[in-house]
Write a protein that binds this ligand. Structure first.
Ligand SMILES: [Zn+2]
Length: 283
């Protein structure tokens, strides 16, 4: 099964993963790493980093082109298309022999650039407010939100302010995340700040997420917010892939505790990123 892509940015990212990364090399890569016991995880990591990184680069460069031409309304012009095509040639070093792949990549990038211009529609705002009868809770830490926005936030105490509601793009806008109900969820101010602008777990410098051999509880307490987000996001990606769900649906299956202490999963195995967790799953 594959993850259900809710946004144009994710569709671009999935296309890159499938068409721009040479699949024939994976068996060699995996067998070179088999003795690490994390070969599958490293492969996913490399795939995720490359495809997400390239998605971000294409969207951001495409947006610069649009702005250079005069804004959103120039995106569907021939001028934009031509500049996008040469950008893609440059970015991929002319390595896309297949013309269909290049055309599709241009279309998908164009859609993802358009997505960055979307604004919240009243209907979507209403939908996420009433979603599935859930009490208004943060999709990252599941704590109950303080439903106060704008100037009124200043009246709140420091603790309440951390829980003030913010509308968050599950797949970030800068990576082509649409402003639609399927990609928006409520987050608390605290989590939203800690998540920063990362698209997924592999972007969160998790390659250096090593806490030494069998970290003690103090070490785990020191794990910063963006890495805690990485732990939850990693599991959400797996759940989305295994169940053909959107990222948002997958996040909703987790009672993540982004603000709480991560823990080691298999105590007999020293704890690196792939052996630490900070959530439980809803059946
Ligand atoms: Zn939160």
């Amino acid at each position: 099964m594959v993850k259900k892509d809710a946004t144009d940015g994710e569709r671009l990212c999935t296309f890159i993963k499938k068409n721009l990364i040479d699949d024939d090399l994976w068996p060699e890569f995996s067998s070179a790493l088999i003795a690490t016991g994390r070969d599958k995880e490293w492969r996913l990591f490399v795939e995720e980093v490359i495809s997400t990184q390239l998605t971000g680069r294409l969207v951001s460069s495409g947006k610069s082109i649009a702005e250079d031409l005069g804004g959103k309304k120039f995106i569907l012009t021939l001028q934009f298309e031509q500049r996008m095509k040469s950008l893609i040639d440059e970015t991929t070093r002319g390595g896309l022999g297949n013309r269909d792949v290049k055309a599709r990549l241009t279309d998908l990038t164009t859609n993802a650039v358009l997505a960055t211009y979307e604004t919240l529609k009243a209907a979507d705002d209403k939908l996420i407010r009433t979603e599935a009868g859930r009490v208004p809770q943060c999709f990252l830490c599941n704590r109950r939100l303080v439903m106060v926005k704008g100037a009124a936030v200043r009246e709140l105490s420091e603790d309440e302010r951390q829980l003030a509601v913010e509308v968050e793009h599950v797949w970030p806008r800068s990576y082509g995340g649409n402003t639609i109900a399927e990609n928006l969820a409520f987050a608390c101010h605290g989590c939203n700040q800690r998540k920063e602008n990362y698209a997924n777990w592999a972007m969160v410098d998790s390659q250096s997420f090593i806490l030494g051999w069998n970290p003690d509880t103090d070490d785990l307490q020191e794990v910063p917010g963006w890495r805690r987000f990485a732990l939850t996001s990693w599991r959400a990606h797996q759940i989305a892939e295994n169940g053909s769900l959107t990222l948002k649906q997958a996040f909703f299956r987790l009672t993540s505790v982004v603000l709480d202490r991560p823990r080691v999963m298999r105590l007999a195995d020293a704890a690196d990123f792939f052996n630490i967790t900070n959530h439980t799953e809803i059946d």
